[in-house]
Design a protein around this ligand. Structure first.
Ligand code: MG
Length: 415
């Protein structure tokens, strides 16, 4: 016999979501998740849709749904989730860790160590947390240990880095007006006329001068209260990375990101030991296992997992906890929609070592407009911060009508 949504909440304490006493909550969780009883809430369907990112919606027999998102390594992730679907249907969605671990360990020979498999699993995991929060009437941060802070600091990916860019004044003004306390620029430039070779990434002196000038321009253009991070996108060789890190020391950067590719942790540590510019890496690493050598070898000052890519919300919390034992803060990479962004903010609200999270939607103007239409709440960034809502689950209402118009050609949004 199915327990209806209403009776489920009554079992949990009178039907007033968000006002449950801990005893009642604990009893409700026990009832809903005990392996000795038939699950009270069951997954009935799992669907995916592509906008710029991958979206997952999980459906249950009581009408509650959960939303998750995956980014970057997603081109085949919908097909991977289709493979998870048969296992997920009939499961109790509140057993998030158990479901995650079952899928991960059953995929050991199917690529479950990294890449699209992990991103697909993470998107499902985020939807499970959204669902669990809605079922229990609790915000996700509460399920991750409770709030350490009410609002999460956000930095703006600047969209400009060059004094010759006609858009530069507009984008710089936008960073200041939106109240950000930090911004990031890219300094790797494949089309730099000073490059001698299209494939090899050893920078010439002139290229390094151009990189330094980009940083100087932005540092001069932004007020000193706005900190500046710099990204090299893991493209350069070790010698270039060390030279650039050294030359940028006078600018007191928030961090220098992926100065070399992320695979060789010893090379990254070599860069870190050669400079007092803080080194940051992690958007192309997966699971705790991807971050373990980075931390054990003390190769970075800051870690930057992408929470919509690295394995999910609880996995991100575990990565942050590992980093905390090395006194390393977390500054997640993020290019998710407001749904994924807010899911990440629940993690950032719950961990002690949260530094700042990325926001990548300031430019061009059409993209900013899409960001503001995604959820019925509109703009969620206020004065350079995102306040985590106290509503159940992720705590935002997707504007299905608006997002339906953003889907990738050939795919459909959820009905
Ligand atoms: Mg990056």
């Amino acid at each position: 016999m199915h327990l209806k949504r209403r009776s489920f909440l009554q079992a949990a304490g009178g039907g007033l979501a968000g006002l449950l006493s801990l005893d009642q909550l604990s009893a409700a969780v026990q009832t809903a998740t005990s392996p000795y009883q038939r699950p009270r809430l069951k997954i009935t369907d799992v669907k995916t849709a592509y906008t710029q990112n991958l979206h997952v919606r999980i459906y249950t027999d009581q009408g509650i749904t959960g939303d998750g998102e995956g980014v970057d390594s997603i081109s085949g992730a919908a097909a991977i989730i289709e493979g998870f679907r048969r296992f997920l249907i009939g499961q109790d969605p509140l057993r998030v860790e158990a479901i995650w671990e079952r899928i991960r360990t059953s995929g050991i020979f199917a690529g479950a160590q990294a890449g699209q498999f992990v991103t697909a699993l993470g998107a499902v995991e985020i939807a499970l947390w959204d669902l669990t929060g809605k079922a229990l009437g609790l915000p996700i941060y509460q399920l991750l240990g409770g709030k350490v802070r009410d609002r999460v600091r956000v930095y703006c990916d600047s969209g400009t880095n060059d004094r010759k860019d006609p858009n530069a004044p507009k984008y710089i003004q936008q960073i200041i007006e939106m109240g950000f306390t930090a911004a990031k620029i890219d300094i790797d430039d494949a089309s730099d006329p000073a490059r001698f070779d299209r494939v090899n990434w050893t920078a010439s002196n002139a290229e390094i001068d151009n990189m330094v000038d980009k940083v100087r321009f932005m540092r001069e253009s932004l007020p000193s209260r706005i900190e500046l991070a710099v990204d090299m996108h893991g493209r350069y060789d070790l010698g270039t990375a060390k030279r650039v890190a050294k030359e940028l020391e006078p600018f007191r950067l928030l961090w220098l990101e992926e100065p070399v590719p992320p695979e060789n942790v010893d090379a990254l540590r070599d860069v870190r030991q050669s400079t007092h510019t803080p080194i940051c890496c992690g958007e192309n690493l997966f699971l705790r296992h991807g971050f373990r050598p980075l931390l054990e070898k003390q190769a970075v000052d800051i870690i930057m997992p992408d929470i919509q890519k690295c394995g999910g919300l609880l996995e991100a919390r575990k990565i942050a906890d590992m980093a905390h034992t090395y006194y390393v803060p977390m500054a997640p990479h993020a290019q998710a929609s407001p749904i994924g962004m807010m899911a990440s903010c629940h993690v950032m609200a719950a961990i002690p070592n949260a530094l700042v999270i990325e926001w990548h939607w300031s430019h061009p103007p059409a993209r900013l407009q899409r960001w503001r239409q995604y959820v019925k709440q509109g703009e969620i960034i206020e004065n350079g911060y995102i306040t985590v809502p106290d509503r159940p689950g992720i705590g935002l209402d997707i504007n299905d009508e608006a997002v339906r118009k953003m889907v990738r050609p050939g795919t459909t949004w959820f009905s």
